[in-house]
Design a protein around this ligand. Structure first.
Ligand code: URA
Length: 212
C-alpha cells in the first residue's frame, strides 16, 4: 500500500503512474484475451476517490468504448449508486478483474484472472481506496479467491488482509446484470438487498471521511 487507505498519493504522480499503467495494459499479452479484444478497458471515474468498484470484465460496449461499466449493467449500477448519493465518475474509480473482453462475454478463466492480477494490484495501490465494492461472484473470486453464491457473500463486510488489500473495507454486491434479470424492487428481492448494501457503503464512506 502506498499510504493509509483513503489518503491519496501525490496527484501529479498519480496521473502519470495511471497513464503508464494504461499503456502497459494496452501492450499486455499475458493471456490470450489481449489478441481477441478491440481495445483494453482499464478504468473510468476518479482515481482520487475513496471508493473503488471492481466488476468482472468488459462486455461488448466496454470493448467498443474502452470504458468499464458503460453498457446496460453499468447504467443500472450508476443509477443505484446515484440513489445513495454516489456519482460513479466523481466519487468512484471503476475497473474490472480482467481488462480485456472475454469472447462471447464468457466468464474469465482462472488463468486469465491471474494474468491480469498485477494490473489490478497496481490500480489498488495507486488509487488507495478505503472501500472496495465487488460487483458479482467473479470479482469476489478474482480478488479474494473465494468461490460461493452471492446470496451468502453479499452485504458482508470483509477487511482486506495482506498485500494491496491490507486494511481496506470490501463489500460484495450482486452483479448489476443479475439485477437486470431480477428487476423486482420488493423488500427482500436482490435489488432491494443491493440498495441496503449500497446504503451501508455510503455510511462507511461517510465514517472514513469523518475520521480523517
Ligand atoms: N461491464 C463491465 O465493465 N464489467 C462488468 O462486470 C460488466 C459489464
Amino acid at each position: 500500500m502506498t499510504s493509509l487507505p483513503g489518503t491519496s498519493p501525490d496527484p501529479l504522480n498519480l496521473e502519470q503512474e495511471l497513464a503508464g499503467l494504461a499503456e502497459r495494459c494496452d501492450a499486455c499479452r499475458h493471456c490470450g484475451l489481449g489478441s481477441s479484444r478491440t481495445q483494453v478497458v482499464v478504468s473510468r471515474g476518479n482515481p482520487k476517490a475513496r471508493l473503488m468498484v471492481i466488476g468482472e470484465g468488459p462486455g461488448a460496449q466496454e470493448d467498443e468504448t474502452g470504458l468499464p461499466f458503460v453498457g446496460r449493467s453499468g447504467q443500472l449500477l450508476d443509477r443505484m449508486l446515484e440513489s445513495v448519493g454516489i456519482d460513479s465518475n466523481r466519487d468512484a474509480y471503476v475497473c474490472n478483474i480482467v481488462k480485456c473482453r472475454p469472447p462471447d462475454n464468457r466468464k474469465p478463466t482462472v488463468l486469465e484472472m491471474a494474468a491480469c492480477r498485477p494490473w489490478l494490484e497496481r490500480q489498488i495501490a495507486l488509487v488507495d481506496p478505503g472501500v472496495i465494492l465487488l460487483a458479482g461472484a467473479t470479482a469476489v473470486e478474482g480478488l479474494l479467491g473465494i468461490k460461493g453464491g452471492m446470496t451468502k457473500l453479499r452485504g458482508q463486510w470483509r477487511q482486506g488482509e495482506g498485500g494491496s488489500l491490507e486494511g481496506r473495507w470490501l463489500m460484495p454486491i450482486f452483479h448489476p446484470s443479475y439485477l437486470l434479470r431480477n428487476p423486482s424492487k420488493e423488500r427482500g428481492a436482490p435489488k432491494w438487498l443491493t440498495w441496503q448494501d449500497l446504503q451501508d457503503v455510503q455510511r462507511r464512506l461517510a465514517q472514513l471521511e469523518s475520521s480523517l
